[in-house]
Design a protein around this ligand. Structure first.
Ligand SMILES: [Zn+2]
Length: 90
């Protein structure tokens, strides 16, 4: 029987769509909602527990919810993150 894990979280970030003729061309923020559904045929350990009891570890899955200073995206200025394409939409 496969195991299923469903979760969601939000984080807040700011950005500018460079050259956009309208309000999105100015600095503004969004609350981003991340919804995930993961399935696994067997449970596994994580970096925080050695027993085989998880589809995945919430602490790992919700990395984006961390503050920008801790490697997440919360309260980040997305244009400063070239790995996201810099000039993001949304
Ligand atoms: Zn926007």
């Amino acid at each position: 029987m496969p195991w299923t894990l469903r979760s969601e979280f939000t984080f807040d970030s700011a950005h500018v769509i460079t050259g956009y003729d309208g309000p999105c061309g100015r600095l503004h923020g969004h609350t981003y909602r991340v919804r995930m559904e993961l399935s696994a045929e067997k449970l596994r350990p994580s970096a925080h527990v050695g027993r085989h009891i998880m589809v995945a570890d919430f602490k790992t899955l919700k990395w984006a919810k961390k503050d920008i200073d801790q490697g997440g995206l919360d309260h980040a200025y997305l244009n400063d993150l070239p790995e996201l394409g810099g000039d993001t939409t949304g």
